[in-house]
Design a protein around this ligand. Structure first.
Ligand code: S3P
Length: 168
């Protein structure tokens, strides 16, 4: 099996989907945010605070390159919401495996992330406005990066898994 890569906005369900799908398909699950945090021995929020977003973006590119170099296949890889924005990363994603975009509406993301303080980009006065703004900027990149698009609004985790299993 090729690697399966889940992309999408923060709060679109990439992590929950990858955990359940990897269990269902009996394969390894990888999350680029967690890999970076492990390597750096600090949280994504800390990296943003201490080094800024640009440094974090370089870490994401380096992380993808490492995953490609390892040559391993058959994994479910969930990537940070901003990772596909860089063209270089989109090319790396294509080489890494089959890319699935979990597409969510701003309101869905807002509801899911209300009260979550682990996303530095959403620590603003108006998180819904920020979600809308970022999504507008990013949706084309997500579409260009993906082989398949799955709409997640109003669907249960099991319904999403069911759809994915038929796709891959
Ligand atoms: C980000 C998404 C986060 C994390 C960082 C930046 C983004 O990952 O990489 O906070 O720019 O959308 P998740 O999509 O897993 O929340």
């Amino acid at each position: 099996m090729d690697n399966i890569i889940l992309i999408g906005f923060m709060g679109s369900g990439k992590t929950s989907v990858s955990i359940k799908l990897s269990y269902y398909m009996r394969c390894t699950m990888i999350d680029t945010d967690r890999l970076i945090e492990r390597e750096e021995e600090r949280s994504v929020s800390r990296i943003f605070e201490e080094n800024g977003e640009a440094v974090f973006r370089d870490m994401e590119t380096a992380c993808l390159e490492k995953l490609l170099d390892s040559g391993e296949k058959g994994r479910i890889i969930s990537v940070g919401g901003g990772l596909p924005v860089r063209e270089e990363n989109r090319l790396l994603l294509k080489r890494l495996g089959k890319v699935i975009y979990l597409r969510a509406k701003p309101e869905t993301v807002y509801e899911r992330l209300k009260g979550d303080d682990t996303r530095p980009l959403l620590k603003t006065e108006n998180p819904l406005g920020k979600i809308r703004e970022l999504m507008e900027k990013r949706s084309e990149a997500y579409e260009n990066a993906s082989d398949y698009i799955v709409d997640v609004d109003g669907k249960s985790l099991d319904e999403i898994i069911e759809e994915l299993v038929h796709l891959v």
